[in-house]
Design a protein around this ligand. Structure first.
Ligand SMILES: Nc1ncnc2c1ncn2[C@@H]1O[C@H](COP(=O)(O)OP(=O)(O)O)[C@@H](O)[C@H]1O
Ligand SMILES: [Mg+2]
Length: 323
């Protein structure tokens, strides 16, 4: 039992010790107990591809649980299409992280604060998740809107707790919708407390040297305030896919699906769409096949799905223009 507790956070070791306990119970002829233990173990979360955790997880500050969430990555690098440039930048960050000790011995810091920019639906959130999974680091998502709006009085101390945590615990701390911060600062006007909170958050970002990574994602691009992005060690751009990337994405989405046509023939009609939009077209086409009980996706399924997406796009453009 002591061994079991000592292996907390190290999945493989935990499993090995648990197996050992079960075998011992079987030997003692406690078959019913052994059976339920085995069932519980098998039924538990299995993370076959998760690399070993780098350190046991520190307890997370309780006050933070309202605006921060630990997410178990569900995707791997095979699920994302990235430009060659972004692959190079991201791999560079991984390498630096892994050689962090060597760099620090030479008096150099690793790049650890990264800004993801680009239009919605182009993989910022997905990439942050996969990045954490690849590094074997726990992935924490900070809900900025909640952090900013709730408990104004306590926010500053909550922020301090998050950063205290990220300074000690190797993890990927992800600020999604980082624009909320810039917006809050612009809108704060006379609201001094809000302004103070935003400023203290920016100040903390300036000062922190995370043990893992701090990644912030924003949809704003040109209009991004230089005061915000100079705080980051690296900026990664997520663009809408060009034809070649659309091609790759379509191949990926139809890898395990029987089609009566070549989906990549649609690549040029999908130019200008985000990955999320193209994905929706693929899923709708595949759903038509299932709903209509066919064995293959037909060209007309795809065409219809594409038409629906186009309609949806023009509607949302109209809504935006009206707002
Ligand atoms: N580069 C990409 N490669 C593969 N799938 C993608 C990519 N970008 C977006 N997607 C799909 O669209 C969904 C939404 O993307 P997301 O990462 O949330 O976009 P963003 O954070 O940039 O708004 C993802 O869950 C994924 O299914
Ligand atoms: Mg996102």
């Amino acid at each position: 039992m002591k061994k079991l507790l000592a292996s907390y956070g190290r999945d493989d070791e935990f499993r090995a010790v648990a197996e050992q306990i079960i075998t011992e119970e079987e030997k003692k002829n406690n078959l019913a107990l052994a059976k339920t233990l085995r069932k519980t173990l098998e039924g538990g979360p299995s993370r076959p591809s998760a690399p070993k955790a780098l350190a046991p997880l520190l307890p997370f500050p309780e006050a933070a649980s309202d605006f921060i969430e630990r997410i178990e990555p569900q995707h791997t690098k095979g699920d994302i299409v990235l430009s060659a440039t972004n692959v190079r930048v991201l791999l560079g960050l991984v390498k630096e992280f892994r050689r962090g000790e060597d760099l620090r011995r030479h008096g150099l810091q690793t790049r650890s604060k990264v800004l993801f920019c680009g239009p919605p639906g182009c993989g910022k959130t997905l990439c942050a998740e996969i990045f954490a999974a690849e590094l074997g680091l726990p992935f924490f998502v900070v809900k900025l809107d909640r952090l900013i709006s709730s408990y104004l009085g306590e926010t500053a101390s909550n922020i301090r707790k998050i950063f205290e945590f990220a300074r000690k615990q190797p993890c990927v701390l992800f600020f999604d919708e980082f624009d909320a911060l810039a917006r809050a600062r612009d809108e704060s006007g006379e609201h001094n407390e809000l302004r103070r909170v935003v400023n203290s958050l920016l100040l903390f970002i300036d000062q922190i040297r995370p043990k893992g990574f701090l990644i912030a994602a924003t949809n704003l691009d040109q209009s991004l305030d230089p005061a915000v992005w100079r705080r980051f060690d690296e900026v990664v751009w997520f663009e809408r896919p060009d034809r070649r990337m659309i091609d790759r994405f379509l191949r990926m989405k139809f890898k395990n699906v029987a089609t009566a046509f070549d989906p990549t023939a649609f690549a040029s009609s999908l130019e200008g769409y985000s990955y999320a939009e193209i994905e929706r077209v693929c899923i709708q086409a595949i759903k038509s096949m299932i709903v209509e009980r066919r064995k293959q996706v037909q060209e007309r399924d795809f065409n219809r799905a594409l038409k629906d997406e186009t309609r949806r796009r023009s509607n949302s453009a109209r809504l935006k223009a009206g707002s």
